[in-house]
Design a protein around this ligand. Structure first.
Ligand SMILES: NC(=O)c1ccc[n+]([C@@H]2O[C@H](COP(=O)([O-])OP(=O)(O)OC[C@H]3O[C@@H](n4cnc5c(N)ncnc54)[C@H](OP(=O)(O)O)[C@@H]3O)[C@@H](O)[C@H]2O)c1
Length: 292
């Protein structure tokens, strides 16, 4: 059976493509050059002609500053094209799975948010992703929407955990945001859950993240460095400068502060998600395995 994966070169898409291939799926992984999400009708045609039994959308315009600067493109890539995928899947009968983000949440209040929490994004990226969720769900009521957060675990497409490990290895100064809270999600867990949920009759929005209480980016980096010491790759944990969100000069787009998601609905389905520390420890092991 054929699985069509959009965004197969991305942090999640690479890991999903590998896992889906191992699981026996025949893969169709169009590059941006072969199917550009800036052109939604071409995206719909691609799905209609693909003969895919499952379509997974891992593609997104995910850089926050770029979304602020190019809001129309963010709208096309993150909302209009996913809606066209959903519509095409409704016609072909293919299973459609769309990835979204904790940044659809406003994040004003601390604590875990479940799928019923009202969404109110604070930036263009979050708005375009929320619009994508709504359009996908309205267009195809059998679609599955998985919200993930702070993705780690793909050394070839480093996130903030991997970048910090690399800086520590290089002996470069380290800094991490101490006043933003969420939960990390390991890319391999995302791939595992997608493959497990593809044949299930489950639809709508699901929170897919590690299990635990909200953590700051700073704490995630500290857990990673501590584990690198345990593994013997670093001699000691280097100091990490605690930054405030509003001090990071590069950040022009607003960031939501408290977006940690409650994954209880997923766990009640029987899906086991690792705790925060285990999630990060595995990302560290993947990173050093990759370096070796
Ligand atoms: N990374 C995170 O921490 C995080 C957190 C929350 C939610 N998410 C969500 O998780 C999903 C996967 O994110 P990711 O981190 O894997 O993203 P990523 O690493 O930035 O990859 C994005 C993918 O989308 C493709 N893409 C972007 N614009 C395109 C266009 N116009 N036409 C065709 N393809 C295009 C990219 O192709 P190129 O290789 O050609 O650029 C790449 O394959 C997204 O829905 C994202 O919103 C991610």
């Amino acid at each position: 059976m054929k699985m069509l994966i959009f965004g197969a070169t991305g942090r999640v898409g690479q890991v999903l493509s590998h896992a889906a291939g191992e699981a026996g799926w025949e893969l169709l992984t169009p590059s941006r050059g072969q199917c550009n999400l800036l052109h939604p009708t071409e995206v719909a045609d691609y799905v209609l002609n693909s003969d895919a039994a499952a379509v997974v959308n891992c593609a997104a315009m995910a850089r926050l500053e770029e979304c602020e600067d190019e809001a129309l493109n963010a709208h096309l890539v993150n909302a209009v094209s996913p809606a066209h995928m959903a519509l095409a899947c409704r016609h072909t009968g293919a299973r459609f799975i769309h990835l979204s983000t904790d940044y659809v949440l406003e994040g004003k209040r601390p604590g875990l948010k479940d799928e019923t929490t009202r969404c109110k994004p604070v930036n263009t990226y979050g708005m375009s992703k929320l619009e994508g969720e709504c359009e996908v769900a309205e267009t195809n009521d059998e679609a599955l929407i998985l919200r993930v957060s702070w993705v780690c675990g793909n050394p070839q497409r480093p996130g903030f955990v991997e970048s910090s490990l690399q800086r520590a290895l290089d002996g470069a100064p380290l800094a991490a945001v101490a006043d933003q809270y969420s939960l990390p999600t390991h890319a391999r867990d995302i791939a595992r859950v997608i493959l497990n949920m593809t044949p299930l009759n489950v639809t709508g929005v699901w929170h897919l993240t590690s299990t635990g209480e909200p953590v700051s980016r700073l704490r995630c980096v500290q857990i990673a460095l501590e584990h690198a010491v345990t593994l013997g790759v670093l001699r000691e944990t280097p100091p990490v400068d605690a930054q405030r969100l509003r001090e990071v000069k590069f950040f022009r787009a607003l960031r939501p502060v408290h977006t940690a998601m409650d994954n209880r609905k997923l766990q009640e389905l029987g899906v086991i998600m690792p705790g925060v520390e285990e999630c990060i420890r595995r990302a560290v092991e993947n990173f050093f395995g990759h370096c070796a």
